[in-house]
Design a protein around this ligand. Structure first.
Ligand code: C2O
Ligand code: CU
Ligand code: CU
Length: 425
């Protein structure tokens, strides 16, 4: 994984590849996946971001029985939306995802936008030791209550990033997937102006990200259009500076010395065709407060560490005072029930000192506002990154019946109690 000179890293993999094989299909086509479990422990596969029937959602104890070692489960569904999605283990997820069980699922538009190349970067973060093996110590108490198991090695498509070779003038659609278990990323493309055209698979109004930084919490995706307007023969860096002084060069872009492919950027439209999503009716929507609680005080570099914030139970985190730990189970009442077809607003209030990528299964939501300020560009998602102390409201039509997980996608936070379910009947 980390280069030809280093020993191979022992991982857990789908079909012996890291990340798992890229699953690509056309919008409207059915997908079938026969999953056989060759692990020594049970597993399930979750199809992240896909609006699918509840029984196919892959949550052990909630939507299906775990697949035992040697067992098999057949998943079959037809993804309604085109876009960049992914799949990953949802059982013992901290360990199973931390050891590599994740892959991309790409649903192609019937009429895809005109680009020269369609590239995918599945970004994973690993904590490797000198012998290139994964460091032990999942379920570290401190990390659970802080920012999770942030590693020391970020790979692109399962390899230490190699230079990206480009031709001046070409237009690249780059699908970014943050498949890390804890690391938040903020990617800057030096000398370039990426335009975001989709978030979490759902088209948005094409726009350049604020400060040119593409912010991706764990589980989040962004499709960007990159017009390669750099100079032939030159090299540029792609930098991840989310953790400030720990910023690093993710990868370099190297331009072929050949003259530009075309004199001006393509004038093809950047906007992607719409997906068949219902727009929530805000006037009649039911509002549910989702208070995120717990964790160590202080936050990143903030010093003061005064123990857990307002937690009664032994868990590190809670939603509205309740801690559901593990990977999802039917053992706890849902946070709320909602009638099918109702519009629903989730009012996230982050009472903690930490960032939380909050993910809802089975639906895509419209991101309404942050601390009262409207979010521009018609952003939709299945995961929304909530900043420390921030209030974020999202809205969706509860049109998919069943029990659906709602949890933080920092795996340590999920297993530490930042998880609940909602029931759509
Ligand atoms: Cu991608 Cu419940 O997770
Ligand atoms: Cu999901
Ligand atoms: Cu979290």
């Amino acid at each position: 994984m980390v280069g030809d000179d280093a020993p191979d890293t022992a991982v857990w993999a789908y079909n012996r590849t890291i990340p798992g094989p890229v699953l690509r299909l056309r919008q409207g086509m059915p997908l079938r996946a026969a999953v056989t479990n060759g692990l020594a422990e049970s597993t399930t596969v979750h199809w992240h971001g896909i609006r699918l029937p509840n029984a196919m959602d892959g949550v052990p104890g909630l939507t299906q029985l775990p697949i035992p070692p040697g067992g098999r489960f057949d998943y079959a569904f037809t993804p309604p939306d085109a876009g960049t999605f992914w799949y990953h283990s949802h059982d013992d997820s901290l360990v199973q995802m931390g050891r590599g069980l994740a892959g991309a699922l790409i649903v192609e538009e019937a009429d895809p936008p005109q680009v020269d190349r369609d590239l995918l970067w599945t970004l994973q973060d690993w904590r490797l030791e000198a012998d290139a093996q994964l460091a032990p110590g999942f379920f570290n108490r401190m990390e659970i209550a802080m920012d999770g198991r942030v590693g020391n090695t970020v790979t692109i498509n399962g390899r230490l990033p190699e230079t990206l070779h480009v031709r001046a003038g070409e237009r690249i659609r780059l699908r970014l997937l943050n498949a890390a278990i804890a690391r938040i990323m903020a990617l800057r493309f030096e000398g370039h102006r990426p335009v975001i055209v989709a978030l979490d698979g759902q088209p948005c109004a094409p726009h350049e990200p604020p400060d040119g930084r593409i912010l991706l919490g764990p589980a989040m995706r962004a499709d960007v259009m990159l017009d390669m307007q750099g100079e032939p023969g030159r090299r540029y860096r792609v930098v991840d500076d989310f953790y400030g002084r720990l910023s690093y060069t993710l990868v370099r872009i190297a331009y072929d010395p050949a003259p530009p492919l075309r004199a001006h950027p393509l004038d093809a439209l950047l906007r992607l065709p719409a997906n068949p999503l219902s727009r929530p009716d805000l006037a009649s929507a039911v509002v549910h407060e989702v208070r995120l609680q717990g964790g160590m005080m202080g936050g990143m570099g903030g010093g003061g560490m005064g123990g857990m914030m307002g937690m009664a139970s032994g868990a590190a985190w809670a939603i509205n005072g309740m801690s559901m730990t593990g990977d999802g189970s039917a053992g706890m009442p849902p946070l709320f029930r909602v009638d099918r077809g109702r519009s629903c607003i989730l009012d996230f209030r982050n009472e903690t000192a930490w960032w939380h990528p909050m993910h809802l299964h089975g639906h895509s939501f419209s991101v309404l506002d942050r601390d009262g300020a409207a979010v521009p560009h018609d952003e939709w998602g299945d995961t929304v990154l909530v900043r420390p102390r921030e209030r974020v409201r999202v809205a969706f039509v509860a049109d998919n019946p069943g029990d659906w997980m709602l949890h933080c996608h920092v795996m340590e936070h999920q297993v530490g109690g930042l998880m609940t379910t909602i029931h759509v009947s």
